[in-house]
Design a protein around this ligand. Sequence first.
Ligand code: CUA
Length: 186
Amino acid sequence: MSSERIHSGLVSPEGRWWTDVPKQEKFWITLSFIWCLILFAMMPLWHIRGGQNVSGIRHKVDPTDYVNRVERFIQEYGTGEKQGGPWNIPVVAPPPGAHVYLLGRMWQWYPVLRLKKNTEYILHLSSADLNHGFSLYPLNINFQVIPGYDYALKVTPNQAGDFRIICNEFCGIGHHMMVGKIEVVE
Ligand code: CUA
C-alpha cells in the first residue's frame, strides 16, 4: 500500500476546515446572518409601513364569466359611450360602495369608469385573453391583470381628474394602443 492517504468516511481529508473558524470569518457570518434577519423582518414591516401597492383578494374566475359580469355591470350603471381609440367604450358611473369591474383585453381597458372622489369602491381587475399590466397614470399604481383571476381591491380615489390606464405588459401588436380611462369627479 502506498503512503498516500486515501480520503474516505474514516480518514479525514487534508486541510484545516474542521479546526476553529477564524475570527474574521465568524464576524462575516454573524454580520450576514443579522442582515438576513433584518431583510426577513422587512417583509412584514414593509407590508404594513411601505408605500407600495395595496394587496387585494384574488379569486379564480372563468374569463367568459368575468366578461359577462362586466357586461352586466355596464347594463346596470352605464351612462353612455366614449370614443376610445378605434373603439366606442361604454362609460360607467357606479354608485358608492359598488363592485366595479374592469376588463383588460387585446387591446382595450373596458369600460371607462366614472368614480366619485373620496368614495370607496371595490375594483375588480381581470383579463379576457392574456396577461396585461394595469398602470394608472399619472399616479404610479400597477397591477398584473391575469386571465382566470379576479383581483379585487378596495379603492378610494382621493384626487379628482382624468386618469389614464396604460398597459405595461407586452400583449401583442396593439399593446401601445391599450389605453383606458378612469374619471374621478368631485
Ligand atoms: Cu395589454 Cu399590453
